[in-house]
Design a protein around this ligand. Structure first.
Ligand code: UTP
Length: 289
C-alpha cells in the first residue's frame, strides 16, 4: 500500500528553547532562512507525499499561515518583479496539501500522532519529528517509504551512536545483531543506561507505520513521564505485526536543543557557497580569538 500522508507533531511546549518558544513555535525557528518544519515538509514532498497533517497546539497559527497564501506579499513581489523570491514561496502552497489538527493538551508524542486519526486513520502513515533533520541528497523518509512499500513492514529510522549516550534516546533491541540492516525489531527501550542498552541503534524522528498503528495509538495508556508514548505503541507493533529498523543514509542533525540547533544552522549555512565564503573566515577568527 502506498504512503500518501505524513504527520508532523508540532504541539509540544518547546521548553528547551524558552523564552523564544513562549511566542514562537519551536517548529518555526529558522534553519538559516527557512523554518525547521519547512525542511521536514520539503523532505516529504521530495518523497512523493501528497498530504501533511500538522498537529498544532495553542499559539501555533504561524505554522498554518506559513503554508497559506500571503496575498499582499505575493502582490508586492509580483509588482516588483521579484520572481526568485516568489518561487521560494510558490511550492509552500502548491506542491502539498497541508491539513491542521489540534492537540488540545500536550499529553505526549503518541497522543499527538493519534490526533491525526480523523484525517489519516485506516491508511499507512509517515511520521517526522521536527527536532531531527537529515541532510542528504535523497529524502530520508523516501528510503523508509520504499522499505514499507516493498516489504509491507513498518519501519523506524535509526542511527548508530556511542552507547555511552544511550540514555538520551529510544534504543532498538534487534532480533539479530547483524552488522548491516534493516534489522527486525524485537523490542524498544526508552532511554536506557549505557550498560542496559540492547544495541547501538538509536531511534531518530522518522517512522513509516502501517494502518494497524491507529488502534494501538487509540488504546495507549500513560507511560514514561506520565505521557502517552509513541514508543509504547511501536513496541506492541513490533511484537505483533513486526517492525524493522532502517539505518538513515545522510547526516543526521539533532536540532532539539539549543547547541544542536545552532550547529544545524552552521551546517546548513555552510552548504550555501555565498554564505560559506563569508562564514568560514569569520568563524575561524571567532574560535582562534
Ligand atoms: P519533544 O519532546 O522534542 O518536544 O517532542 P517538546 O516537548 O516541544 O520540547 P521540550 O522537550 O519541551 O524542549 C518531539 C516532537 O513532538 C511534538 C513536539 O512539538 C516535537 O516536535 N510533541 C510532543 C507534540 O506534538 N505533542 C506532545 O504532547 C509532545
Amino acid at each position: 500500500m502506498k504512503v500518501r500522508t505524513a504527520v508532523i507533531p508540532a504541539a509540544g511546549l518547546g521548553t528547551r528553547f524558552l523564552p523564544v518558544t513562549k511566542s514562537i513555535p519551536k517548529e518555526m525557528l529558522p534553519i538559516v532562512d527557512r523554518p525547521t518544519v519547512e525542511l521536514n515538509i520539503e523532505e516529504c514532498v521530495k518523497a512523493g507525499i501528497k498530504r501533511v497533517v500538522i498537529v498544532n497546539g495553542r499559539n501555533k497559527p504561524s505554522i498554518e499561515n506559513h503554508f497559506d497564501h500571503n496575498v499582499e506579499l505575493e502582490a508586492a513581489l509580483t509588482a516588483k518583479g521579484k520572481s526568485e523570491e516568489l518561487e521560494k514561496l510558490r511550492w509552500l502552497t502548491e506542491d502539498v496539501e497541508i491539513v491542521s489538527v489540534r492537540q488540545k493538551r500536550p499529553l505526549g508524542l503518541g497522543h499527538a500522532v493519534a490526533c491525526a486519526a480523523p484525517v489519516a486513520a485506516g491508511e499507512p502513515v509517515a511520521v517526522l519529528l521536527g527536532d531531527d533533520l537529515v541532510c542528504s541528497e535523497s529524502p530520508a523518509i523516501g528510503d523508509m517509504m520504499e522499505h514499507f512499500e516493498t516489504s509491507g513492514r513498518g519501519c523506524i529510522g535509526v542511527v548508530r551512536i556511542d552507547k555511552k549516550d544511550s540514555s538520551k534516546y529510544g534504543m532498538v533491541a534487534p532480533k539479530e545483531l547483524a552488522p548491516d540492516g534493516p534489522w527486525q525489531v524485537s523490542s524498544l527501550v526508552e532511554k536506557p543506561a549505557p550498560q542496559d542498552a540492547p544495541s547501538d541503534l538509536a531511534i531518530i524522528g522518522r517512522y513509516v507505520l502501517p494502518a494497524e498503528i491507529w488502534p494501538l495509538l487509540a488504546e495507549l495508556t500513560p507511560g514514561v513521564g506520565g505521557e502517552l508514548q509513541l514508543t509504547d505503541a511501536l513496541d506492541v507493533l513490533a511484537r505483533s505485526r513486526g517492525l524493522d529498523a532502517v539505518e538513515m543514509v545522510g547526516e543526521r542533525l539533532d536540532a532539539g536543543d539549543v547547541a544542536g540547533f545552532i550547529l544545524a544552522n552552521v551546517r546548513y549555512a555552510l552548504l550555501r557557497p555565498e554564505l560559506k565564503s563569508r562564514l568560514v573566515p569569520a568563524l575561524r577568527k571567532l574560535i582562534d580569538g
